[in-house]
Design a protein around this ligand. Structure first.
Ligand code: C2E
Ligand code: MG
Ligand code: MG
Ligand code: MG
Length: 277
């Protein structure tokens, strides 16, 4: 994993370089600056219903345009932000921005729901569920229009705390998706214990669906598993029409991916929505 990050030129952001690393500290103070001074933005990525081809859901994805390093992928700086506890401030910014945008869309009569990615660190923070509820009230957005995406690892770090947060959020109506499903190490037994509504099948399985028989089997199994538990199955990383058709044949509920479009700034996302009617 480290080697891969290094090869990709991201050695600068390797979390294992530890916090003494000066460049890492500089980067984190740059991030604080970005949070406070408008250096971050959200892009929105559509999720399309496979039964009627409608889009009433999107995922908010964080973007950081660094003044010197250019666009830094979220996968890189989020790991660092988690190590520095900056993740709390960062997630609050993402939630506030996403909820404000959602409010604008709802006021325009656009039928939309939003997913926000939340880290394990947020979930084990005992104030998180209450803070989120306050933000929803503040923005005057129905909780049912917000979905929180968590990864399986978030359920392992501190399952008791995670469960408390999830239960609290479910109680006021937020829905929960397990992101990157299939890549984690956890036991599936949490599906019966946790208030989960959606399984998002990791793109690594979806992308090779048509070429790799075992990936196809895995995707089909996760879709069936979702339905057995009364959950929705969402495929992410759909890049072509043939994969989409295969997913429809497997009864997948929703799809997300570059086949529809790249994640887009809000204004471009609105245009995309309008063009497809
Ligand atoms: P994720 O939540 O699994 O988000 C999906 C990622 O897959 C996004 O990358 C998206 O651009 C990409 N993707 C979607 N469809 C396709 C496709 O068809 N093909 C390919 N090749 N890629 C596709 P992105 O935006 O770089 O985000 C990467 C990860 O960073 C996210 O994975 C999520 O774990 C994390 N992340 C992004 N925004 C936030 C945030 O606001 N908070 C937290 N905690 N994490 C975030
Ligand atoms: Mg996600
Ligand atoms: Mg994912
Ligand atoms: Mg991911």
């Amino acid at each position: 994993y480290r080697a891969k990050r290094k090869a990709a030129g991201y050695a600068l952001f390797d979390p294992e370089l530890d916090q003494k690393d000066k460049r890492h500290l500089t980067l984190m103070s740059d991030l604080v600056e970005a949070i406070e001074r408008n250096g971050l933005s959200l892009h929105y990525h559509p999720r399309v219903d496979l039964s009627d081809d409608r889009c009433t859901h999107c995922e908010a994805l964080l973007r950081w345009q660094h003044p010197e390093h250019g666009m830094i992928p979220p996968d890189e700086f989020i790991v660092s932000a988690e190590l520095n506890n900056l993740i709390h401030q960062l997630t609050r910014w993402v939630l506030r921005t996403a909820l404000a945008q959602l409010k604008v869309w709802l006021d325009q009569g656009i039928d939309m729901n939003i997913s926000v990615n939340v880290s394990a660190r947020n979930l084990v923070d005992h104030r998180f569920a209450d803070d989120l509820n306050a933000m929803l009230l503040d923005h005057d957005v129905p909780a049912s229009r917000l979905e929180i995406e968590i990864t399986e690892s978030a359920l392992i770090v501190d399952p008791v705390r995670a469960l408390e947060s999830l239960e609290a959020m479910r109680a006021y109506g937020v829905s929960i998706a397990v992101d990157d499903f299939g890549t984690g190490y956890s036991s599936m037994s949490y599906l019966k214990r946790l208030p989960v509504h959606v399984l998002k099948i990791d793109k690594s399985f979806v992308q090779d669906l048509l070429r790799d028989e075992s990936d196809a089997t895995l995707v089909r199994s996760v879709i069936d598993l979702s339905h057995s538990f009364g959950l929705q199955a969402v495929a992410e990383g759909v890049e072509d029409a043939a994969t989409l058709e295969a997913l429809k044949a497997m009864n997948c509920d929703q799809a997300q991916g570059f086949h529809y479009c790249r994640p887009l700034p809000a204004a471009d996302f609105e245009v995309w929505l309008r063009l497809r009617g």
